[in-house]
Design a binder for this molecule. Sequence first.
Ligand code: ISL
Ligand code: CA
Length: 547
Amino acid sequence: MIYQIYPRSFKDNNSDGIGDLQGIISKLDYIKNLGVDAVWLNPIFSSPNDDNGYDVSDYRNIMSEFGTMQDFDELLQGMHKRGLKLILDLVANHTSDEHEWFKQSRSSRDNPYRNYYHWWAAEKGKPAKRYSFFDVESNAWKYDEQTNAYYLHYFSIKQPDLNWENPKVRQEIYDIMRFWFDKGVDGFRMDVIPFISKDTNFPELPEKYHGDFIRYYADGPHLHEYLHEMYREVLSKYNVMSVAEGVGVKTNTAMDFVDPERNELNMLYHFDAIDIGYLPDVYKTIDPKGYDLIEFKEIYSKWNDLFGDKGWGTIYLCNHDRPRMVTRWGNDSDEFRELSSKMLTTFLFTMRATPFYYNGDELGMTNIKFDRIDDYRDIETINMYKQIEASGGDLQQFIEAQKLSARDNSRTPFQWNDTLHAGFTSGVPWIKVNPNYTTINAEQQEKDDNSCLNYFKKLIKLRKQTSTLIYGKYTLLDKNNMKVYAYTRELNDHKILVLLNFSKDDAQANVDLKVANAKRLICNYTDVPLRNDAITLRPYEAVVYEL
Ligand code: ISL
Ligand code: CA
């Protein structure tokens, strides 16, 4: 069970309004008490923070806002002392433009670092279109006067893509990995790792991708050669784990990353499920009408089946790139917030996959739903706003839509208690604190046996004690039910039934199993209803039976 911490927003220890390593250190007992096994930290390396640390200017140093290498060593030690593993975020597809390699590279065409990045000489004409996620014109080529050439940036103009086709670049990255592994780090989450290999002829997008740049980016010519090389040279030499951010990876290509016989990576997390329910024609905008549970079940079942015999899956409902779990997949109204948050947590911890759980979701934290563009800090949202502004689009509609969709919704400060700024900082927080901290906060939930937090802890314990919940075979039941997600988990003769009502109405689960005498392992309602064999679930009810 992996707990993801967004360091910028977790706990500020020196009152500058920005979370830091000492802040995390001060909360290690909280983390340990959750019962999780490992912590994944979003990037903590030196960075000018154009994209909150995903633009690294020095891979061997700690971002000054987060602390020092001494703080890092203390953090790692504190975690290991408590039996917690530490996973860092390897951002290797691109660096910051302020990284020394890029400064050298852009200085002249014959600089020894020139080939560390992708350059297109302007006298060859305009390069073929490449799509950029974080560019006001969505253009991944940026013209650089100094050498009359374009450089490639799949993300912002301050995030030039490294040239992995250059063996020197690969060795640099492997060295960086060794540096952290030698310190005792337990693994890496690998940022957009499927994008590293590129066809350096930069042809027009091949037709077979049907204009889908993401899939094209994730399908580079030497990708698996490099991942295998990385395994051979680095990963195989340490007792560590690796997980790819599997952007652009589908069920037909996933096994190439994680088939143990291929010796590449341990796990990946896919986007198939997190990407459902977006409006078809508006970029990255979630449909306020909700999502289709049948599709949701199909996708999770398909990915489960893929890893039935080999490989191993992951599961998540939120991270720093997505809105809050309860707002997105549940119901954040006063009436249903707690119930639906617990129901979703039950889902994450009863599936056959390693859960990646995002900090704050254990409290049922919700989207902040900013009213003004000035409240946003995320380069993605700000750029989209500029784009719409430039094209004369409807800005008010955009702001409305971002209340559901924007990444900053999950990046607001962790709500520790009901004192000023939720106990996150005594300074001015870098991004606003959700005003609901007075009612949703860790301190209060620790005291309440029925809180989201305590439910989360009970579930983790249950999963740990029950190998059927970890390894048992998964079987989907009642697949056409639009409101209920029902499945069994089975190991040897042990069978567990999970029933989840994803709707705000009572709903019937049509499963041919008798639960009248079954033992209830956990339920998100405290009172036990009278039940017969026709199983009726209350709004957002989650119940797990041992059959
Ligand atoms: O953010 C997204 C959805 O809102 C994705 O399109 C995202 O850009 C993609 O998943 C890659 O994400 C990763 O790399 C980015 C960084 O901004 C994200 O925070 C990171 O998770 C660039 O390094
Ligand atoms: Ca700080």
